[in-house]
Structure formats: C-alpha cells, structure tokens
Design a protein around this ligand. Structure first.
Ligand SMILES: Cc1cc2nc3c(=O)[nH]c(=O)nc-3n(C[C@H](O)[C@H](O)[C@H](O)COP(=O)(O)O)c2cc1C
Length: 179
C-alpha cells in the first residue's frame, strides 16, 4: 500500500473527527493522503488537523487561485477516492450530478476510472429516508462502492443504523483494495 494515493473527502457529519484517525492510519502506512473538506465539514473538524496529519494543504475551494484544474487533476492523481464521512446532503448532491463545489466536480471527473467509495454517516431516520436510500442505490448502480453503516447509539441519542464505519475497519478495506 506504500505510496498509494487516496483522496479523502470529508463532509459535514458529527463523525467527521474519525477522518483524522483514518488520515493518521493511512499516513503511518506511507499512503499519500490528500484531503478535501466540504463547507459543512468545517463546522466539525479543523483544517489544520488534517493538514498536520497528512502534511498536505487541505483543499476545498473550487476557485482557489493556482489550483484551477485540481477539480480534474485530483481525480487523475488518486488511486482511490473516498467520501468519509458522507453526509446526506453530499450523497443526494452527487446523485443529482451537481458540480458547484470541488467534490461535485471531482465526482463527475472521476468517471469511475478509479474506485469511488462512499461511507454514509447520519441519523437512522435520515438514512432510511427515500431521498437518501434512492440516492445511495443509484450511486451504487453507477459503480460507487457504498460502505455499510454500523448499528448502535448515535450522537443524537437514538439507537439504530447510521454510525460511520470505524477508521480501523475502513483502513483494512483500503489495505485490501490497494494491496
Ligand atoms: C450537530 C450536527 C450534527 C450533524 N450530523 C450530521 C450527520 O452525521 N450526517 C449528516 O448527513 N448530516 C449531519 N448534519 C447536517 C449537516 O451538517 C448539514 O446537512 C450540512 O449542510 C452538510 O454539509 P456538507 O454536505 O456540505 O458537508 C449535522 C448537523 C449538526 C448541526
């Protein structure tokens, strides 16, 4: 897995802190990790944490000067694109093909030449809503790998599905994928 390249895209879930652990596990295994944060993710996790762990500046601005083509280039650069955690908002946005942010453009630019994994994390009612279940089914039919959620106590206090796959679990799947 050494020197493999993973694009770790973090969206606005209370579980976003787990992306820091995953970034750390991957960099310890000599994986090159480039993080992209959504607008929502910034409410839950500091950019400096991810930059410090990966030793690469976090990207989030589609229109950042000097990075005009990164919405295409990063999809070419990565061996694996991962949405961890994937918010309901971003799952439904990707299904709609919206391209008004960096993640939306990267999703379309990837064109399924590289593995694209989605790890949902949300309240169980949100996860069961047809807007989300249908979006996940469509994204799966397009070639994305939809990762399972865990069952247990959620941040909102409810018990049910929607817990983000633990960093150690997804790290093991990444290790298997990238060999
Ligand atoms: C405390 C709190 C926790 C949240 N947790 C989640 C979550 O786990 N999953 C989710 O899909 N949305 C969650 N949301 C809502 C998202 O943060 C919101 O939809 C946001 O716009 C998502 O932005 P993004 O998709 O651009 O990252 C939460 C909101 C709050 C206030």
């Amino acid at each position: 897995m050494s020197r493999s390249k993973v694009l770790l895209q973090v969206t606005g879930s209370i579980a976003a802190f787990k992306a820091a652990t995953l970034a750390s596990l991957m960099t310890d295994a000599d994986v090159d990790v480039q993080c992209v944060m959504s607008e929502g993710a910034r409410n839950f996790l500091g950019e400096s944490t991810l930059e410090g762990l990966t030793r690469r500046p976090v990207q989030s601005d589609l229109f950042e000067s000097g990075r005009a083509h990164d919405h295409i280039n990063l999809a070419d650069w990565a061996d694996l694109l991962l949405l961890y955690p994937a918010s309901a908002n971003h799952i439904t946005r990707l299904r709609a093909g919206l391209a008004d942010d960096l993640m939306g453009c990267l999703f379309l630019a990837n064109n399924f030449r590289k593995p694209y994994w989605i790890a949902p994390a949300m309240n169980s009612n949100m996860l069961a809503h047809p807007a989300v279940t249908e979006a996940l089914a469509t994204l799966g039919s397009w070639g994305c790998r939809i990762l399972p959620t865990g069952e247990g106590r959620l941040a909102c206090g409810e018990i049910g599905y929607g817990r983000l796959l633990e960093p150690e679990q997804i790290f093991e799947l990444i290790r298997q994928e990238l060999g």
